[in-house]
Design a protein around this ligand. Structure first.
Ligand SMILES: NC(=O)c1ccc[n+]([C@@H]2O[C@H](COP(=O)([O-])OP(=O)(O)OC[C@H]3O[C@@H](n4cnc5c(N)ncnc54)[C@H](O)[C@@H]3O)[C@@H](O)[C@H]2O)c1
Ligand SMILES: [Zn+2]
Length: 339
């Protein structure tokens, strides 16, 4: 379900939710900026309890999950309990993880409040915490019973967070819907606030996930740009969305060389990237050969790498991705130098 708070309010009046006891999982920012609208516009949540967790990635830990379970137990939450995850991808990832484990599984509702979570993280059933120093190392496939898209929450989101979400939206469009890609990257696009485009992206993610719920095949197309993006993120310490946006440019360059993508798409994307980064005040990144040598091992560590070669998702054309394309180190060097 991708209605906003009004449709959540109607949904929770239905018989299926009678007897439900709601707990809202949130962080300091969503407590301030999003909880007031949630409880005032959704009657069923007026009496909901809430549990606040640390902001950002810090909440995705076993310790925080244990604290949430403890609070639920102490509050007498039974299998009728419903966890409402009100936050970005971090709160939704943690909330799904907690819900999957509590009393062998309780219902959870995702109410994403960042663009990235609305377009990506809150859809698709992947839950996770970080463990042993490894991001998302423990988790389940445990879909939310409802996902609610309320774009008005984006009004208080910092610019950097908007950019992160945009990058993932462009990624999803690139691999699945060329026309949507063009709308998102048009020179006059103000798409962060265009609910219709957001919903189209969310629907694509949903349908890709439904075709491959356990991530064995087609779902890998959603990793477009990520093999290079992850290496850039780790090496340069830039935000995920910036790294993915740069990683997509590398992947597009390689797509032109290897899988027949036309130059125009690469050029248009490069232009969009340059103007969007500058509009957001994000410095452009370039890489020397020395940088690239240090990043190559990170790409080889990537889970998509097999048989000694970097493997990644490339495009044949907009909306048509190929998974598991082997790319030699020299091809990576060439593509990254072009950033
Ligand atoms: N499960 C999946 O399929 C999936 C997919 C992609 C990413 N993720 C995960 O998502 C997480 C990143 O999510 P994110 O980018 O949403 O980051 P986030 O959850 O850390 O939120 C970013 C920041 O925005 C704040 N915030 C949230 N909503 C706000 C609002 N409406 N107004 C003002 N501030 C607000 C948060 O408090 C936080 O400081 C990572 O942990 C990543 O692993 C999961
Ligand atoms: Zn991503």
């Amino acid at each position: 379900m991708y209605g906003g708070l009004a449709s959540l309010a109607r949904e929770l009046e239905k018989e299926a939710w009678s007897g439900a006891r709601y707990t809202v999982l949130l962080d300091e920012n969503t407590f301030t900026h999003c909880l007031p609208a949630l409880v005032s516009r959704v009657d069923a949540l007026q009496e909901a309890e809430f549990i606040e967790v640390p902001v950002g990635e810090e909440c995705k830990s076993l310790e925080v999950a244990a604290q949430v379970w403890q609070t639920l137990l102490e509050g007498g939450a039974d299998r009728q309990a419903v966890l409402v995850c009100l936050g970005g991808g971090a709160v939704c990832d943690l909330g799904g993880f907690v819900a999957a484990g509590y009393k062998r599984g309780i219902r959870h509702v995702n109410v994403p409040t960042t663009l990235l979570a609305m377009a990506d993280a809150a859809i698709g059933g992947k839950t996770a915490i970080d463990f042993g120093g490894v991001k998302n190392s423990i988790g389940h496939f445990y879909p939310a019973v409802l996902t609610v898209l309320e774009p008005s929450f984006l009004a208080t989101l910092p610019q950097q967070e908007l950019f992160n979400g945009m990058a993932e939206m462009v990624k999803t469009a690139a691999v699945a819907d060329g026309e949507l890609f063009r709308s998102l990257t048009a020179p006059d696009a103000q798409f962060s606030m265009q609910p219709m485009l957001l919903k189209r992206v969310a629907r694509i993610k949903d349908s890709v996930v439904k075709a491959d719920p356990y991530d064995h095949g087609i779902r890998k197309i959603l990793n477009f740009g990520h093999t290079f993006g992850h290496a850039i993120e780790v090496y340069r310490g830039v935000p995920h969305g910036v790294a993915v946006a740069l990683g997509m440019r590398v992947a597009m360059y390689l797509s032109v060389k290897k899988t027949g993508l036309v130059d125009e798409v690469y050029n248009a994307y490069s232009q969009w990237l340059a103007s969007t980064l500058s509009a957001f005040g994000i410095p452009r990144a370039t890489f020397t050969l020395k940088d690239i040598e240090q990043m190559l091992p990170l790409m080889h560590q990537d889970k998509k790498c097999a048989g000694g070669e970097v493997r990644c998702v490339l495009l044949q054309e907009l909306g048509a991705a190929v998974i598991d394309v082997s790319v030699s180190d020299n091809e990576v060097r060439d593509a990254m130098l072009h950033l």
